[in-house]
Design a protein around this ligand. Sequence first.
Ligand code: KG4
Ligand code: ZN
Length: 340
Amino acid sequence: MTDNLIVLGIESSCDETSAAIIKGSKVLSNIIASQKIHEEYGGVVPELASRAHQQNIIPVVDVAINSASINKNDIDLIAYTKGPGLLGSLLVGSSFAKSFSFSLNKPLVAVNHMQAHILAHFIQHHKQKKPKFPFLCLTVSGGHTQIVRVNDYNEMKIIGSTLDDAAGEAFDKSAKVLGLKYPGGPLIDKYSKQGNIKAFSFGKPKIDNLDFSFSGLKTSIMNKINSSLQKDKDFISENLEDLCASIQEAIVSILIDKIYKASKQTGISNIAIAGGVSANTYLRKKLLELGKKNNFNIYIPKFEYCTDNAAMIAIAGKYKFKTKDLTNDYSESASARLSF
Ligand code: KG4
Ligand code: ZN
């Protein structure tokens, strides 16, 4: 029965209000309302994010149900993001999910956002191979950078994580220095396509284990740009593409070096990526090259399931529901810092 379960997923951890309907592993609808309001602030403003979620949540769920051509009573399970994320934002999605579950008398399941990014690999679509267990997942988003050993759908262990900024933050903060709008990651990706990766070089972190650090790189980028601007006020506009390509090369090479090291250390050659930064064209290309060179099996998610979306919450909810004997726990609360 669980294989054809109709699941409503609800995601509201950051600046995307999303609702999705899946049936089994197939996505029937995946509606995402992005909040443009943060663009001008250079980052997500938590208070504005929760207000926007509050406005968006009911219409987004309504559109998700209608475009999946189902009735709300057809839903078998409701899955929502419990954390990690911005507390005010999480509270909107979790409160809605609890009320909806209560009113429809349907089971409710709380999902970890970072685990859901990884489980997005199990959303069904034609061409994609699903990762084989165990696999390593480089999970790179705006708030997290982790290497996760995934033994099974619900059995994951973080074996490396960032000591300071996340990879997405490294992209976004660099973009801000370049005068680009938030989120800057996709813009750096776009401008890099015409740029030279060797035009500028920046300091590399020296971290022995599988952890990451991006704060030194950020300082190195800021110092280079500020000192160059003092000599030439048009430095950024004259070098935008080369700057983007060189910054992207620096961030991606840190990620690739660590996932290679993790594979050698664990002996696991099934490698996946997940999270918003896994949409980066250059990271995807470099990972495929790494796979080819070392005979690794590489798993890259479809673009639309890299950045925040509720389809991944629904599929993660389905797997959690399948393996655990759950009773609705309406006292379970949203958690900004949720570990695995
Ligand atoms: O997973 P996500 O949508 O939200 C969080 O859970 O944080 O990740 C958002 C992050 C942002 O930092 C954004 O700049 C980055 O993913 N991102 C990218 C690209 N697309 C999104 N970074 C680099 N290249 C991209 N194409
Ligand atoms: Zn995310």
